[in-house]
Write a protein that binds this ligand. Structure first.
Ligand SMILES: C[S@@+](CC[C@H](N)C(=O)[O-])C[C@H]1O[C@@H](n2cnc3c(N)ncnc32)[C@H](O)[C@@H]1O
Length: 276
């Protein structure tokens, strides 16, 4: 197994993350270098990039590509430890509100403790759903889960690096739930690793930072045993999913750099769609 995959596997073990980050976390605390709304590095389980910078980057996409207005109702599916919620605390006001849910207790607890008390229009829910990587003891199946919200209650729904960790049956149900809880004319912004001619060529040439070498029907993964580490889907399959649930893709798709592409917007591929 390549060294980079071993490092990624170690990253998802909380004890190892804590040990590794202890010196920096302790120094940050001592010197007061961390803001109230930034979790210690040992608690961040949503990726190794810069927590604040990535949140700010996506806030720009929400406003510029997704036309998100400050007074709208937003749903963050797989909200993690508030990386997207934190910058939105500055943006959503005048009746705007935020709902987020996730399957990892630590992330939801941190958000409830640090965000909701000062921003009561921000709510976080824990859903005990199985995911082999993030919640291996989860009780419920993502393929059967009903989002705990009324139909047509959101103007804007986003999933950042969530379908990149979900298997097809689970994702299928989430598409149907998004179709249910999004208002007509509402928008969703979802990130993927999309397999198309260009990305497959780059993967085959060894230029992708993720080696999607295990091939299944409609998707590929980097790890056969725990596919949830990273999942890439065939672009045509994903286009059909949006279409099946009445979600019109706003062209063009904004392709990302993950596969070694030279011209890109972000790391992952970004799709914006509008509910008919
Ligand atoms: C890479 S993290 C991204 C978190 C967050 N969206 C962000 O960008 O900071 C992937 C997230 O998806 C969540 N997740 C995985 N399966 C899920 C499911 N079935 N329902 C909701 N969240 C899920 C994980 O718990 C994790 O927080």
């Amino acid at each position: 197994m390549p060294a980079i995959h071993i490092v990624r596997k170690l990253y998802y073990i909380p004890g190892i993350r804590k040990l590794y980050h202890f010196p920096v976390d302790a120094t940050d605390s001592l010197l007061g270098r961390r803001t109230e709304l930034t979790p210690p590095r040992s608690k961040i389980f949503v990726g190794c990039g810069d927590f604040q910078a990535i949140g700010e980057e996506f806030l720009r996409y929400f406003a510029e590509l997704g036309a998100l207005k400050p007074n709208e109702k937003v749903l963050d599916v797989g909200c993690g430890i508030g990386r997207m919620a934190v910058p939105l605390t500055r943006y959503l006001k005048d009746g705007g509100s935020y709902e987020g849910f996730d399957i990892v207790t630590d992330g939801i607890n941190w958000c409830r403790k640090k965000i909701t008390p000062n921003y009561p229009h921000f709510h976080f829910q824990l859903s005990d759903i199985y995911n082999k990587l993030f919640n291996p003891k989860g009780r419920y199946k993502a393929s059967e889960y009903n989002f705990p919200y009324d139909k047509e209650s959101f103007d804007f729904i986003f999933l950042i690096s969530v379908f990149t960790h979900m298997l097809p049956q689970d994702m299928e149900n989430y598409f149907s739930q998004i179709g249910r809880v999004l208002k007509r004319g509402g928008r969703c912004l979802i990130t993927f690793f999309l397999l198309n001619k260009e990305s497959l060529k780059l993967i085959d040439a060894g230029l992708s930072r993720l080696d999607f070498k295990h091939e299944f029907n409609e998707y590929r993964t980097i790890d056969q045993d725990t596919p949830e580490y990273d999942i890439a889907y065939n672009e045509e399959f994903i286009r059909r999913r949006f279409n099946s649930y009445g979600l019109n893709i706003v062209e063009p798709i904004h392709y990302g750099s993950w596969c070694g592409r030279r011209s890109f917007l972000s790391d992952q591929d970004i799709i914006i769609a509008i509910k008919k």
